[in-house]
Design a protein. Structure first.
Length: 76
């Protein structure tokens, strides 16, 4: 899975239980970022990741999943 580093918080999105936001990353791309500590928690994000990968494997057109590292992420 591709990983990029968030460089700028652009704006929060007011929709969705995961409290997503738009961020800019070091590859100059804009991403919808879902925070693992917000909304429904990490299990919901894991479920989204798994279902997205299954959809991709069976041939559905889906957006590519990208991990976004943030400044406060201890894995950066």
């Amino acid at each position: 899975m591709r990983t990029v580093r968030a460089t700028r918080y652009v704006t929060p999105l007011r929709e969705g239980g995961s409290l997503p936001a738009i961020v800019e990353a070091d590859d100059d791309g804009m991403y919808v970022l879902k925070f693992r500590g917000a909304g429904q928690g990490a299990k919901a994000l894991i479920a989204e990741l798994i279902t997205g990968e299954i959809a991709l494997a069976v041939g559905f057109r889906v957006l590519l999943t990208t991990m976004v590292a943030t400044v406060r992420d201890p894995d950066c």
